[in-house]
Design a protein around this ligand. Structure first.
Ligand code: ADP
Length: 431
């Protein structure tokens, strides 16, 4: 499958997942709001029905039977009536044991004949508030209960309350929710598309970076391998010749083998860095003593190349860091300083404290880096001058590793152009 197809498939997958997530969230939200509105609207009706049932079962709902102290009669009567007066929206039906309505006269002929004549007693929902519709038009909420308080003739009492107004509000609200859902689905399709595109961007970037890395790595590996293979084939074709005569081929093969070994170890370091496999082993040590120790062998190398390596160490404090990794960092910077300087040039290593941080500086008077390339030098496999870098054994991974080490220590690394000539690498690390 081509790379584009894979990306498109992944984007579609992200989009569908986003859409499902949005829809579920909105559906839950809609259900909560809808049932909240429904409950609020019906809670008053239910309160009325239950209160009225209570009054029926606990005495005459229309008349007070309790005695009250003289003098308070007027006030108490009024307040009591207020509380006990039945809601005019409630229709009371009394049923006998045979399932017939016994209080037709109280209900009124008009209501009875038009709506309740064919109404049957359904004892399934006793003591449960239930909705029902008459003639597919009028909505009621009712409460049916056994009425032992009443005369022998009455077995059940049913309280009905018209809820057309509430039902209209609920229906309209339901329609509004449906409309919102439709608009929301259209919006979430667009949002999911944009989000999935945004989510894919870092994946595509990482993928491209990875393939570029693999491509560069194989290219870098192929060159020394081809050189070694050619030289060995040449040696095989002339087995009778002495080693001394083939010295050049052997030396070249050996140098390419060293190059291969360095390249594979650099690649391994970066691969481990990418997979966050490598953990720092930190300990506290004195900065200047450490830098002195790392630089000593380089002084001899510099001298042998007719270069001058000087030290200016002004950091007597301790640093808590991974000693091995810091050693690797300084070696990369010193190696580069030696690689990119000519005879008579000088290389300096400085340590000092700045803004409560420890600074290591490796400065040289070498060939320098063009201003426009300064940022690129930390990229993997980047080399300003491929021919020179190859001659000196460079593959363009040193500074990437240096940057990784510094970042792992929560520090910063910058390259600065020297005033007259050359480059300075400044590493700032927390103590
Ligand atoms: P290399 O193995 O090629 O040295 P690095 O990642 O260490 O790879 O460096 C990347 C590039 O940065 C080098 O190819 C070189 O062009 C440039 N560079 C690094 N250090 C210096 C320096 N001290 N002076 C000039 N150029 C440098």
């Amino acid at each position: 499958m081509s790379r584009r197809k894979i990306f498109r498939k992944e984007q579609l997958r992200f989009m569908v997942l986003n859409l499902i997530a949005f829809t579920i969230i909105f559906a839950i939200f809609g259900v909560i709001i809808f049932s909240g509105v429904q409950n609020t609207l019906f809670s008053k009706t239910d309160e009325e029905l239950l209160g009225f049932k209570d009054k029926i079962l606990n005495g005459n709902p229309f008349r007070e039977t309790r005695p009250h102290p003289p003098g308070e009669e007027f006030e108490r009567d009024d307040a009591f009536k207020e509380r006990t007066r039945p809601n005019p929206r409630i229709i009371v039906l009394h049923w006998n044991k045979n399932g017939e309505i016994v209080n037709q006269n109280e209900i009124g002929t008009l209501l009875y004949e038009n709506y309740l004549q064919d109404f049957t007693l359904d004892v399934k929902n006793v003591d449960t508030i239930t909705n029902f519709t008459i003639n597919d038009q009028y909505h009621f909420r009712y409460l049916l209960f056994e009425n032992h308080n009443a005369t022998d003739d009455i077995a059940y009492t049913q309280l009905l309350m018209n809820i057309d107004a509430e039902q209209t509000i609920i229906n309209n609200f339901g329609k509004l929710i449906m409309l919102c859902s439709f608009i929301f689905i259209i919006l979430s399709i667009s949002a999911s598309f944009i989000l999935s595109k945004k989510m894919m961007q870092p994946i595509i970037a990482a993928w491209n970076k990875q393939s570029e890395f693999v491509e560069n790595a194989s290219h870098e590996l192929r060159t020394p391998l081809t050189v070694i293979q050619n030289k060995l084939e040449l040696l095989l074709r002339t087995p009778q010749e002495k080693i001394a005569d083939k010295f050049e081929s052997i030396a070249l093969s050996l140098s390419e083998t060293r190059r291969l070994s360095k390249l594979t170890s650099d690649l391994l370091t970066l691969a481990r860095a990418d997979s966050a496999e490598t953990q720092l082993v930190t300990k506290s040590f004195q900065v200047d003593d450490f830098v002195q120790g790392v630089c000593e062998p380089y002084m001899e190398i510099a001298e042998s190349q007719d270069k001058h390596l000087w030290l200016s160490l002004n950091c007597k404090t301790n640093i808590k860091a991974d000693k091995e990794r810091l050693h690797q960092l300084l070696v990369i910077l010193l190696d580069n300083a030696l690689k990119y300087t000519n005879a008579q040039d000088s290389i300096g290593v400085k340590t000092y404290i700045e803004d409560q941080k420890i600074v290591f500086e490796v400065t040289d008077t070498g060939i320098g880096i063009k201003e426009e390339n300064i940022k690129a030098i930390f990229e993997r496999f980047y080399r300003e001058d491929k021919a020179r870098s190859r001659e000196t054994g460079g593959v363009g991974l040193g500074l990437s590793i240096a940057q990784w080490i510094v970042e792992k220590h929560n520090g910063t690394i910058t390259a600065i152009k020297n005033q007259q000539k050359g480059t300075t690498f400044k590493v700032k690390l927390p103590k």
